[in-house]
Design a protein. Structure first.
Length: 502
């Protein structure tokens, strides 16, 4: 036995080939919806009349695991109220198709799916109607928005929706007030997916607490933007895990109340989990005050991996690594701060509250050439950081994996000038270059801010051989004799090949 309950102010017709056909004879706006004579199940009168004033209840005896509900607002069931369609299922229904029918009058169809679990929902509308999903999308629910039942269009909305399950957007969509509460679930199945060359536009801000605004994809959630698809957000964005193959636009700043407060409007995008920007990814973070708005990798769970093309990840001011956060560069100069073509990196703990501040001590990590899936070492072309700012006794752990890193300018900020760079592997001479090391002019002073996790001796050498004007080479080792032999051998072979080509 399966039971479906539909609470509605709309005329509802439910039907699907080789499944249940729920039909309401609504050819006249005066049709009595409470009269069971007006309802049929697969062409036969229903076994149970609707429960007044706004609940339909049916016993479903079909063996099929698929049902369809067609929502048609042409005939309002109660013109004096604005109830939402609330859909309940139990039993063996595994697939539910929800359609906003073409005969509607163009008004919004509200669908509350909070009571559905362990089900796949295909939601579709046409150009004459709009569909708005509300309530909770539970952990075992997969919602396919614009799933091809009707021609896809842009009139799909999410309103005050709590995400615990997975949402696949297969058409362009607009939504406002989106919240994801995967943090009180396992999070393994929670997510927001944008696929099929679609665009998801966030035209309003989410409400968190009593006021405040941002788009929230909370702890454990997963955001996936497929290649060719776009998420465009006019407010700020706070997200956990993500795989970004397409385009992500963040055009505003976060303002949180109740739990987190960003009263300075200086953080636009917060990442709290593992987020991978793939080769085809593009990030555009824009905000009116480009001197303040930043991308924040928050706390030990934050891991940002970049495989993106050169200059593809555009940020308004800087990328901030908070306490325990990790940045992994697996491609050359993917980040572009303020149009410089280089990354501005800030190492500091961010403190939320009434007086939000960046002035805190952080122990963060910067790695080059570490595969996001396997942890294997990767060979990456030289990366350049424009400005590296270290706050108040902060530490940056650097792992190069035999790749090259240039830091044009390193500066300390905050109430103290103390900071430490910790070398996590052996650094061959020429791999790490710092142009201006906090305006220090002594190699010994520079060395006092360096340490080796391997206990190796650290060498600091003037790039021009005589003074700090040319910057510093920092290394722990030089090539071994065997390595020199390989280098000279490769040069000799190249010379022979060149002679032969001539």
């Amino acid at each position: 036995m399966k039971k479906t309950i539909i609470s509605s102010i709309f005329t509802l017709i439910a039907c699907v080939a080789s499944a249940q056909f729920y039909s309401f004879d609504g050819t006249s706006s005066t049709a009595e919806w409470k009269n069971k004579a007006n309802w049929t199940l697969n062409g036969e009168p229903v076994s149970q009349a609707p429960n007044p004033p706004d609940t339909f209840e049916f016993d479903i005896t079909s063996t099929t695991d698929t049902a369809t509900i067609i929502v048609n607002r042409a005939y309002k069931l109660d013109v004096n109220t604005t109830r939402t369609n609330t859909i309940y299922t139990s039993g063996n229904i595994k697939t539910l198709n929800i359609i906003a029918d073409a005969t509607g009058n163009g008004s919004m169809n509200d669908i509350d799916i909070s009571n559905l679990d362990d089900i796949t929902i295909n939601a579709s509308a046409n150009s004459a109607n709009k569909m708005r999903i509300t309530g909770v999308i539970n952990e075992n629910v997969v919602l396919n928005y614009g799933a091809g039942l009707l021609a896809p269009h842009s009139k799909y909305w999410l309103n005050n929706t709590n995400f615990r399950g997975t949402v696949n957007f297969q058409t362009d969509i607009q939504f406002s007030r989106i919240m994801d509460y995967a943090d009180n679930k396992t999070g393994s199945k929670a997510g927001l997916h944008v696929t099929n060359n679609s665009t998801l536009s966030v035209t309003g801000a989410s409400t968190f607490g009593s006021s405040g605004s941002a788009t929230l994809l909370r702890n454990g959630s997963n955001m996936f933007i497929e290649k060719g698809s776009t998420i465009d957000i006019t407010s700020g964005l706070r997200m956990s895990n993500g795989i970004i193959e397409g385009d992500l636009y963040v055009r505003g700043a976060q303002v949180f109340t109740a739990e987190d407060s960003n009263t300075e409007n200086d953080v636009a995008l917060t990442i709290t989990g593992k987020t991978v920007f793939k080769e085809t990814a593009n990030l555009t973070q824009l905000y009116a005050d480009s001197t303040q708005a930043r991308v924040l990798a928050q706390n030990t769970t934050a891991q940002i991996y970049s495989y993106a093309q050169k200059g593809a990840l555009k940020i308004a001011q800087a990328l901030q690594l908070s306490k325990g956060a990790t940045l992994v560069l697996n491609s050359q100069d993917a980040f572009d701060s303020q149009g410089t073509g280089k990354l501005n990196l800030l190492v500091s703990q961010y403190t939320f509250g009434a007086g939000s501040t960046v002035d805190g001590t952080a122990d963060a990590n910067l790695s080059i050439g570490v595969d996001a899936d396997t942890g294997a070492k990767l060979s990456v072309e030289k990366n350049t950081i424009g400005n590296l700012t270290m706050y108040n006794d902060s530490t940056l752990n650097i792992l190069l994996n035999s790749n090259e890193l240039v830091i044009e300018k390193l500066i300390s900020d905050g109430t103290t000038s103390d900071f430490t760079l910790v070398l996590q592997d052996e650094i061959i001479k020429g791999s790490l270059f710092i142009g201006d090391f906090n305006s220090l002019i002594s190699a010994d002073d520079v060395k006092s801010h360096l340490s080796s996790n391997l206990g190796s001796e650290i060498f600091v050498e003037f790039a021009n051989g005589t003074s700090a004007d040319g910057g510093y080479y920092i290394y722990t080792s030089v090539p071994e004799p065997a390595q020199w032999a390989m280098i000279f051998g490769a040069i000799a072979l190249g010379f022979v090949a060149f002679r032969r080509r001539k």
